[in-house]
Design a protein around this ligand. Structure first.
Ligand code: GLN
Length: 341
């Protein structure tokens, strides 16, 4: 069978099964199988595929037709131009989340520039030559695959990233992604801020199945950490970023098959109105932010107003900014911890 015909047949089987991007996925699976890229595939589409390739290809198509996400078959997802390992233990990084990372990175880079400038203005020319801009401490809360924290650490110079998640299995993947992308990140395991509070650090290389510790419990592998050795003082961050679970419970049934049957419910279910985690984060983040520190949250397309109100009602943050995605829908909320008056 010619490669072109093979791909066409793959596309047909996928679309019959209700797969959304049947053409793209049929090509991607061929590329994954043969190790070629799409340009090579295009150039060789008139070549005959051998029997072995044909058989192996249709096996992959069959898996995808059963609505297993493409990324669970290939084991990876690109995000912000970096490659991330994924598994059923983590949410597959979404393109929308690149908005959160882009805005957070822009804020860190600009903040660093203006802080350096302000410092230099104050101290004069000689100081400017030797002074270095501030090193920001950033927390990626509910880090999952680590896509947000790892990307920020890749993009921004001199930031020190801590990433936390309640799932040890997710942290093991996030640890692999940090190593794969050659960044140093401190991983902590716990329910939202519980891990920051306790200062316990998780060894992401440790076998997630081993040990008896639950989230926020004791007995997890520890090593000296930035969060430790500071007495009872809580670590405070210049920025907290998070893409917490935010799907309304009643909407879970109507999610795509790939999402509801293969991705971790723990990373999706935001409670009755989808806002459970935001309530807790907005209530607690204040205690873990430095004065003027930024809070960046990914939100659902219809949650902007609720978040704006929730943030304003605390009286502890600046007026929030709602950032839209390319389709013009609410996607990210940004605010700052108020400075003391
Ligand atoms: N954006 C994801 C989805 O549509 C949900 C992510 C989340 O709940 N954090 O499936």
């Amino acid at each position: 069978m010619k490669t072109r015909v093979l791909i066409k047949e793959g596309e047909y089987r996928l679309s019959k099964a209700g797969v959304m991007d049947a053409r793209i996925d049929s090509e991607e699976l061929y590329c994954f199988l043969t190790g070629c890229d799409r340009v090579v595939l295009f150039l060789n589409k008139e070549q005959e595929a051998d029997k072995e390739t044909e058989e192996a290809y249709f096996k992959l198509i069959e898996k995808r037709a059963a609505r297993v996400p493409l990324q669970h078959i290939t084991g990876t997802q690109e995000f912000m131009g970096f490659e991330f390992k994924v598994s059923p233990d983590v949410l597959i990084p979404r393109q929308e989340t690149e908005i959160l990372v882009t805005e957070a990175a822009r804020t860190l880079i600009e903040g660093r520039k203006s802080a350096a400038h302000a410092k230099a203005q104050k101290r004069g020319k000689l100081f400017r030559m030797f002074s270095s801009p501030p090193e920001y401490d950033v927390l990626d809360l509910c880090c999952g695959s680590g896509a947000i924290g790892v990307s920020l650490a890749k993009i921004c110079e001199d930031i020190s990233v801590t990433a936390s998640d309640i799932s040890k299995k997710a942290l093991a993947i996030a640890g692999e992604n940090a190593r794969k992308n050659r960044v140093e990140i401190e991983f902590v395991c716990g329910d939202l801020f519980a891990a920051i509070k306790s200062g316990d650090q998780m060894d992401p290389k440790a076998d997630p199945a081993a040990g008896s510790s639950g989230a926020g419990g004791s007995g997890r592998p520890l090593w000296p950490s930035r969060l430790q050795g500071k007495g009872s003082r809580v670590q405070r961050f210049d920025m907290i970023v998070s893409n917490p679970p935010y799907i309304k419970r009643s909407s879970i049934a109507v999610l795509q098959e790939e999402v509801k049957s293969h991705e971790p419910m723990l990373a999706l279910d935001g409670g009755e109105d989808g806002l459970d985690y935001y309530r807790r984060i907005i209530d607690e983040a204040h205690d873990y932010l430095k004065s003027g520190g930024w809070l960046f949250l990914e939100i659902g397309f219809d949650q902007g107003e609720a978040l704006r109100k929730m943030i304003m009602d605390t009286g502890r943050y600046s007026v929030p900014e709602i950032i839209h995605d390319l389709a013009g829908r609410d996607r990210v909320v940004k605010c700052r911890k108020k400075k003391p008056e």
